[in-house]
Design a protein around this ligand. Sequence first.
Ligand SMILES: Cc1cc2nc3c(=O)[nH]c(=O)nc-3n(C[C@H](O)[C@H](O)[C@H](O)COP(=O)(O)O)c2cc1C
Length: 274
Amino acid sequence: MKTEIKIKPFWYSDIWLWPKLITIITTLDKEGVVNAGPYSHIMQYDVMTKNPRMIVGFRQDSHTFVNICDTGEFVVNCPSASHLDDMMETAKFYPEGVNELEFTNFTSIPSKKVKPPSLKECPQIAECTVDEIIKLEKSTGIVIGTIEAIVVDEKLVEMGREERIRTMDLPIGMGDEARQIYYHTTGGDLTQHNLGQPKNAMQGADAVTSMDWDKKAMTMLMNVPPPLRKMVIENTEEFTQENNANVVTAELFTELAKSVGMDPEVMERFRSGG
Ligand SMILES: Cc1cc2nc3c(=O)[nH]c(=O)nc-3n(C[C@H](O)[C@H](O)[C@H](O)COP(=O)(O)O)c2cc1C
C-alpha cells in the first residue's frame, strides 16, 4: 500500500531520502576574508570539456552565496569521511567575517586558477567562476559555475575506479533530523553491475552493418551510443566504399571522424570505451 504525504518545506531532506555529495565550498568576502560552508545541493551541469560547469543551490542569505555574488569565484572541496566532524563545524552559523576553517583541522592551500583557497585534506577539488546566477523568488539562489580547474591528489590519477573510490572514501549525505542531526554514510560494500549490451544490440538500436568491420572498428562502433550507431554505420560504410575498401577498419573510422571535425576526446572514448 502507498500513501501520498503532504509536501512541506525541506521535503527534499525530511521526507525524501536523497543521498547527496558532501562538499565544502570556500569563498572570499569583499574584504578578502575566507568563508567555508558545506553544500550538497550540487550537480554536474555541462559534461563536455568545452564548457564544464556545475550547478549549486544556496540559501540566498548564506555567506557563501553573498560572497559568490560579490566576487564571482568559489572552490568546491570534497572531504573524506574522516573529516565529517570538521565539515559539520563549517556548517555552524558563525557571524559574517569569521573564517570557519580556523575551528577545523583543514589546511588552506592556494588554488591554481581562482583566489579563494582550496582545502589540502580534500582529495578532489573544483575551482569555479560564475557563469550565471539565478535568484529564485523566495527560494534558492542557483549558481551555475564554470569549472576552471579540477585538482586531485596526485596518487589518485593512475588508480582504477574501485581503488579510487576506496582511497577517497567520500561520505554520502543522508539528510537530517530537524536541521540538527545530520546522517552520513560511506561507500560500504561496493557492488559492480555490468551495463552490457541488449540482446541483438545492433538490431535493438535499429542499426545493421552491410560490410565487414574489423575487430577494432567493431569495438569502436559498440562504444558509440546506440542511438547514434545507425548514422555512424551508414556514414562509415559509405566512406569505406569511397576509399575503394571492402572492410571497415579502425583507421578509416578514425579518418572519417576527423574529417567531419569530431572532437578528438570524444573519439578517444569510442576507441577506448572509457
Ligand atoms: C551536509 C550539509 C549540506 C548542506 N547543503 C546545503 C546546500 O546545499 N544549500 C544550502 O543553502 N545550505 C546547505 N547546508 C547548510 C549550510 O551549510 C549552512 O547554512 C551554513 O551555515 C552556511 O554557511 P555560510 O553562511 O558560511 O555559507 C548544508 C549543511 C550541511 C551540514
